[in-house]
Design a protein around this ligand. Structure first.
Ligand SMILES: [Zn+2]
Length: 327
């Protein structure tokens, strides 16, 4: 009797006893249908229907007098702030039903559907009472939120003469909150620190775009042919602002280097080998050397660049020991 299956059968047997039961005592409207409340509703929704607001126009209309917006149906019986007290009433079967679900681990609740129908327009002075019945409880369903049960209630609204003026069905899902999927957990986890972003502008963004396209570019003066790096708008040799680029082969030798231990900036692995490389084309470039123990790095060491995505938004030319002779 303690197996999960027996527990579920026991739960469903108990659930069945709620179907058809009144959710609680009748919901008696605290005030009669009233023009002031109608005006507040219409103000809130910017509804200017004269049948709700203009006594003369309403009298001349098919209604023969002021009526209330049908969608206010439930508003006439809402208990206001005392709703929580009503729900805590030990005689309230709906509360009892929800507590039964809670005890079984179905602690989540979400409203999923609501339908209303109106039998007649309410008029000032009408008094409304709602009678809510637990109409049905589904079998256990697998949903995106977790497995659970749908509870349908039906409220019948009656006037001071006992005549039906409308009804409302309301469906909630009581569910066992599922563990969030792995992707959601990852989103919730703090992001892995990333390397510092380069400061991009008109004069250098093209060089970073080149890396994204898999090319290590070198800026070349169109006037005198001088190569330059880092990117800048004017040639230092002839002052021309006309330039184009050539793609570097990525090979070169270590001109200088430093092994960084401190300070450790998030997003980098330490010790970090920072190299200043003489590219074979003639310009120098600062980057990192990877795959080489810091003690093995030496000036003049032949290296080659490989453009790598260090994170989804940043590609860098990282240097390694040269593996074959290049041109
Ligand atoms: Zn030049």
């Amino acid at each position: 009797m303690t197996s999960p299956r027996a527990t579920r059968e026991e739960l469903e047997r108990r659930l069945a006893t709620y179907v058809g039961a009144a959710a609680g005592p009748p919901e008696v409207g605290r005030d009669p249908v009233d023009g002031a409340l109608v005006r507040q509703w219409c103000d809130a929704l910017d509804d200017r229907n004269p049948a709700y607001l203009d006594e003369d126009a309403a009298r001349a209309s098919t209604h023969g007098g002021l009526v209330a917006p049908p969608a206010m149906l439930q508003a006439w019986v809402l208990p206001g702030i005392s709703m929580s007290r009503a729900a805590a009433d030990p005689e309230n079967r709906q509360r009892e039903l929800h507590a039964l679900f809670d005890a079984q681990g179905y602690t989540g609740v979400v409203a999923t559907n609501c339908e209303q129908a109106y039998d007649r327009y309410l008029r000032p002075g009408d008094r409304v009472t709602g009678h809510t019945v637990i109409e049905s409880i589904s079998g256990e369903k697998a949903t995106g939120l977790g497995s659970g049960y749908f509870i349908d209630t039906r409220t019948t609204f009656r006037d001071q003469h006992g005549g039906q003026v409308g009804w409302m069905t309301f469906r909630v899902l009581k569910f066992k909150p599922a563990a969030p999927p792995a992707a959601a957990r990852e989103r919730a986890a703090p992001p892995k620190p990333r390397r510092l972003r380069p400061a991009l502008g008109h004069d250098n963004a093209w060089w970073w775009d080149g890396l994204r396209c898999g090319e290590l570019l070198i800026q070349r003066c169109k006037s005198c042919g001088q190569l330059r790096h880092p990117p800048r708008p004017m040639c230092g040799a002839c002052q021309s602002t006309q330039w184009d680029t050539l793609a570097s082969g990525g090979r070169g030798s270590v001109y200088s280097f430093v092994v960084m231990h401190h300070p450790q900036v998030p997003g980098y692995e330490y010790p970090l080998v920072v190299v200043l490389v003489d590219l074979d084309e003639g310009t120098r470039l600062i980057s990192n050397l990877v795959g080489v123990a810091p003690g093995d790095v030496h000036i003049g060491m032949r290296v080659e660049a490989r453009i790598e995505d260090v994170d989804p938004e940043l590609a860098l030319p990282l240097f390694r020991r040269e593996t074959s002779a290049g041109g």
